[in-house]
Design a protein around this ligand. Structure first.
Ligand SMILES: O=C1O[C@H](COP(=O)(O)O)[C@@H](O)[C@H](O)[C@H]1O
Length: 231
């Protein structure tokens, strides 16, 4: 089992503020030690408030590299684009000086775009300083979905990235693999609300990783995991 540290908050705004402060401290420390910091971000609904609190933090943003945990293969201005979420909620004001390395490229499909995406991720300083994860109520994290035909590949490949067609969610995706997620100094999992906390508690129990891919993060022993829970 990894070192799992839980942080609990009475509501989402309190969790977002505290999590943003913790991430900012981590980035500042990385910049102090290595000159740059690499922050790898999830999309979906959960992280917007964290992004908004984080962009208010005083950091040498030009030394921060922002990359993605996963991306829907849609144009950058699409409502479902994680790229758009990051640009609109984080990369504003002083934080716009950060270097953003999006996953999506010009290829027509995620499968065709994967080699260039892989090269772009491999060109980043490794290990990443922090990876912010979300989790769906089906136990998926990044775009590693239960029952996706690429799930085994995502769990076993040594490539950092893979293309995924979700079985029950829109858009072909690009996702970090488990190996990609574990190229990190810290994995930070956001859990909002009672339903997701129940899924997270279930994932801590026994059962196959394939049924709840978040277990691949919760069962490894290479990278410490922080779980930020809001009620
Ligand atoms: O599809 C995705 O889902 C997960 C969870 O999203 P949320 O909306 O339930 O917060 C997210 O972590 C991932 O980045 C996203 O592409």
């Amino acid at each position: 089992m990894p070192d799992i540290q839980e942080h609990r908050f009475p509501d989402a705004p309190a969790a977002a503020t505290a999590l943003a402060a913790s991430i900012a401290d981590r980035l500042a420390a990385a910049i102090g030690q290595r000159g740059t910091a690499t922050l790898v971000l999830s999309g979906g609904r959960s992280p917007a408030a964290v992004f908004e609190a984080l962009r208010e933090r005083a950091l040498p943003w030009d030394k921060v590299i922002v990359a993605q945990v996963d991306e829907r293969w849609v144009p950058a201005d699409h409502a479902d684009s994680n790229n758009r979420l990051i640009r609109e909620h984080l990369l504003q004001g002083p934080a716009s000086a950060a270097r953003f390395v999006p996953m999506k490229n010009d290829a027509a499909t995620a499968r065709e775009g994967q080699p260039a995406c892989e090269a772009a991720m491999r060109a980043l300083p490794l290990p990443f300083d922090a990876v912010l994860l979300g989790m769906g109520e089906d136990g998926h994290t990044a775009s590693l979905f239960p029952e996706a035909r690429e799930l085994q590949e995502g769990l076993t490949t040594q490539a950092l990235t893979l293309a995924v067609t979700p079985p029950a969610a829109p858009h072909e995706r690009m996702s970090l693999s488990v190996a990609g997620l574990l190229h990190s100094r810290a994995l930070i999992l956001q859990i909002g609300g009672a339903a997701k906390e129940a899924v997270y508690r279930e994932a801590l129990g026994t059962g196959p990783v394939e049924a709840m891919p978040i277990r691949a993060v919760l069962r490894q022993d290479k990278v410490p995991v922080e779980v930020w829970i809001s009620e």
